[in-house]
Design a binder for this molecule. Sequence first.
Ligand SMILES: CC1=C(CCC(=O)O)c2cc3nc(cc4[nH]c(cc5[nH]c(cc1n2)c(C)c5CCC(=O)O)c(CCC(=O)O)c4C)C(CCC(=O)O)=C3C
Ligand SMILES: [Fe+2]
Length: 424
Amino acid sequence: MSPLDPQSAVQAATALNELTEAGRMAPKDYDAVLLASFGGPEGQDDVIPFLRNVTRGRGIPDERLEAVSQHYRANGGISPINQQNRQLKAGIEAELAARGIELPVFWGNRNWAPYIPQTLQDIHDAGHRKVLMVTTSAYSCYSSCRQYREDIGVALTDTGLDGKLEVDKVRQYFDHPGFVEPFIEGTAAGLADVRARLAAAGTPDAPVHILFATHSIPTRDAGAAGRSDAEPRQFEEDSAYVAQHLATGTEVIRRVESETGDTAPWSLVYQSRSGAPHVPWLEPDINDAIEDLAGKGVQGIVIVPLGFVSDHMEVVWDLDTEALETCAKLGLTASRVPTPGTHRKFVAGIVDLICERTAANNIADRPHLTKLGPWYDVCRPGCCANFRGEKPTIAGADTTIGIGHDPYPDAAGTAALAAGQDTL
Ligand SMILES: CC1=C(CCC(=O)O)c2cc3nc(cc4[nH]c(cc5[nH]c(cc1n2)c(C)c5CCC(=O)O)c(CCC(=O)O)c4C)C(CCC(=O)O)=C3C
Ligand SMILES: [Fe+2]
């Protein structure tokens, strides 16, 4: 690789990354996969440093941090998320091996060891140069999309690996069958479970409601999610984040009904609200929604954690502890459906998403179960804006750093490619 002239390097890379259709990146010869996640504490001493990492510069009140620290303390200071990611990584490795694909998988986190910058250094030290990132976030919003892209952009800059390591990202997979089908199975089973328990209690016809739960985010972030000023799209509720959940929830309900013949009224609710009280976040809160439904005569609740990939702390605390307690307090029969976790369909789906992007073992089909998808391989300009100031990102049309991270071909890049220049 020649570092010579950064401008011509970017231009040549630009052409090499030619998009085959809007937001889609042509397959490449990746030589490593990065599983990027949130990270979590692994003991009592880690809890406060972890929370400082998460909330640095985010304006989270001390009372909220104190409350959240207790969720971790009650679990020995240990978040389940790291172990779940070790298992997911092992599952992806096994699935790649079963398909005869040689692609090493590395793991790095935003907020706890192994930290993303160290993992990028490890990847480079091991001789890899083209990395495909998979995150443990399915939807579009700052926390689940741009922040990961910034994590890589900042890490490449800070480690001096900018220009030495190319990192792209698989599309947001909220409507990929590998993510959605475990929820369909789980919702069908949860609905059957609640119906059976109500029947056993002598009330077989009691009204049941399905709640799709996801993380609340500031309404301003919800409005910026997945947007592009250059190519505007209209989203339900003026938010791609909300629209993606509504579309996926609609599909889950449709499939549950077609496969079991059973259905129930449903709604999208939010959990884990943080931030200062005067800042508006998405509502209703799941606990308020449960109170409201109980007041309307609902007796059974199926909670589907549609916004989450694994049963991490926000699921086991905010749903299994708080929301299920709210249900118990109101005398409601309730069931919480599992997240995809290491479900074989989810693991296979992640490997399918990887293969969509690889030149070897390429899967040309880009399955998506909603009309919103398939989501973009390369985020559109301004997508999931950071209102606290711009940072370097990867995998975006507005990406400014590195080799190969401005994938929209322009005249100069095409000319460089035609002239046979290849600085990668
Ligand atoms: C959209 C979204 C997801 C889902 C998508 C994804 O998975 O990425 C998610 C996941 C997670 N959130 C997690 C933990 C926390 N999130 C916090 C704070 C915040 N989350 C936010 C959003 C999201 N968060 C936001 C807008 C904030 C406010 C601060 C800020 O503006 O950035 C705080 C600080 C305390 C508090 O404020 O609650 C903690 C401790 C864990 C780890 C759980 C474990 O340890 O098992 C996971 C997977
Ligand atoms: Fe984005």
